[in-house]
Design a protein around this ligand. Structure first.
Ligand code: GLN
Length: 430
């Protein structure tokens, strides 16, 4: 069989092809003169499968899509306290190059606007890193996100730096407020090099997929940033990634995303896939017009909106039965599906509402797909309370799905592979 996904992506591209509205970024000459008709899309799944269509081989500068990735590197290198002390996480509601600083500390409001991104650039690497070493760290880090060595486009860099009057003003404000300690011009040069890194739409999809995959590049298997850093980064992308269009984006598209003025755009669907588009004409917010249209299409057709939560397909408690009679009886409670808070709550409620009538109880998790940490803790607490109530508790877990099953403080549990083992352990034969 031929996969229908490339055909779907090709038809998505043709549905937006005729839209020539918007314009290339005019404040950077190299970008203004780029071919505006380029159009590409790529989807990389969280296990590394790539689907792409259109101008996939064309390289363009990453621009502001570097911002969330460099933010992730800064958080990984310097820790949350230092980074959050310098750059806030509030949407500015202003354009990307606006002078947005908080009134109390003079901190940039978030790392997605230029002021915050220039400050974030200077927070990457070790404290004693030179400006060159910081740029190197960023090239290495973004290359790890992409899964291949990235290079700076020197002509884009020269073109942008020669007209970067506004960014220089922002960097001077950062220096005056004490947010950065470096020479403001050197900070802008480093930030501009970061924005001038060349990528393809497939590179962007792999970068986004690394965010979707808790910070591990799904193609190379390399851990790039820790999962806690990814959560922070995706949250900031969701609230601030599309600048003054962020609220509109989150309600209509519902995926943490980031755009760049060269026409690239990424969206990260946690646990599923990274998506990237490329089309250079921009709307008034500086976001790619056809990229945004493609994302909107994907949301409605592929059910991507994060607030559109699928109904729980399976009841958490699959069944409850008693095997054997009298003193030999054992209650088996079988669970299924993915156990996070809501699923584990159903299990607890089942035990509360229908008190057990047998001393022995087996909890079957063979048909459970995954157990979130909260689900694990809730199940272990149930086991502890059942033990204290006088029950002998068995966990039927042939695959070791529930790691480190220690119920703690007076709880006791015996792990078995199958219900029959409970009988055997007790010398019963039914
Ligand atoms: N390098 C660009 C700038 O600083 C990035 C802006 C963007 O992509 N939105 O203006």
């Amino acid at each position: 069989m031929r996969s229908p996904i490339p055909d779907y992506l090709a038809s998505a591209l043709s549905s937006v092809e005729a839209d020539h509205s918007g314009a290339t970024a005019d404040y950077i000459p190299e970008l203004r003169d780029a071919d505006p008709d380029r159009l590409a899309v790529a989807v990389c799944t969280e296990d590394g499968q790539m689907y792409s269509q259109g101008d996939c081989e064309v390289e363009f500068s990453i621009q502001s899509i570097s911002k969330p990735l460099v933010y992730a590197l800064a958080l990984a290198d310097r820790g949350f306290d230092e980074v959050l002390g310098k750059v806030g996480v509030e949407p500015s509601g202003d354009a990307f190059n606006e002078m947005s600083f908080d009134t109390e500390f003079g901190r940039p409001l978030n790392p997605m606007i230029n002021a915050g991104a220039i400050a974030t650039h200077s927070l990457v690497g070790r404290h004693d890193a030179t400006a060159e070493q910081q740029v190197e760290r960023i090239v290495d880090g973004l290359s790890a996100f992409a899964g291949r060595r990235l290079e700076v486009d020197e002509s884009v860099f020269e073109s942008e730096i020669s007209t970067s009057f506004r960014n220089r003003a922002l960097a001077n404000m950062l220096r005056a407020n004490g947010t950065i300690h470096d020479d403001p011009l050197i900070a802008v040069a480093g930030y501009t090099r970061q924005c001038s890194l060349l990528v393809t739409v497939e590179d962007l999809a792999r970068m986004a997929a690394t965010l979707s995959n808790r910070g591990v590049n799904p193609v190379t298997g390399a851990p790039v940033v820790p999962a806690a850093v990814v959560r922070q980064t995706l949250s900031v992308m969701a609230t601030c990634g599309m600048y003054d269009g962020a609220g509109d984006w989150m309600t209509r598209v519902g995926v943490p995303a980031k755009s760049g003025v060269a026409g690239g755009m990424i969206g990260a669907l946690p646990g599923q896939a990274g998506i990237a588009t490329f089309s250079p004409r921009l709307d008034k917010h500086g976001n790619s017009v056809r990229g945004a249209e493609l994302f909107q299409r994907f949301t409605s057709e592929m059910g991507m909106h994060l607030m559109d939560v699928a109904p729980p397909g399976l009841a958490a408690v699959r069944g409850r039965r008693i095997v054997g009679e009298g003193d030999e009886a054992i209650t088996i409670v079988s669970l299924q599906g993915n156990l996070a808070f809501a699923g584990a709550e159903r299990f607890l409620r089942n035990l509360v509402e229908e008190p057990l009538t047998t001393k022995r109880v087996g909890i079957g998790i063979v048909r459970v797909g995954s157990i979130a940490d909260v689900g694990r803790r809730m199940i272990l607490e149930a086991i502890r309370r059942l033990t204290l109530d006088g029950h002998d508790v068995y966990l039927i877990d042939a695959d070791g799905l529930l790691p480190d099953p220690d119920p703690g403080h007076g709880g006791r549990v015996t792990i078995v592979n199958a219900p029959g083992d409970i009988l055997r352990i007790n010398g019963l034969d039914l």
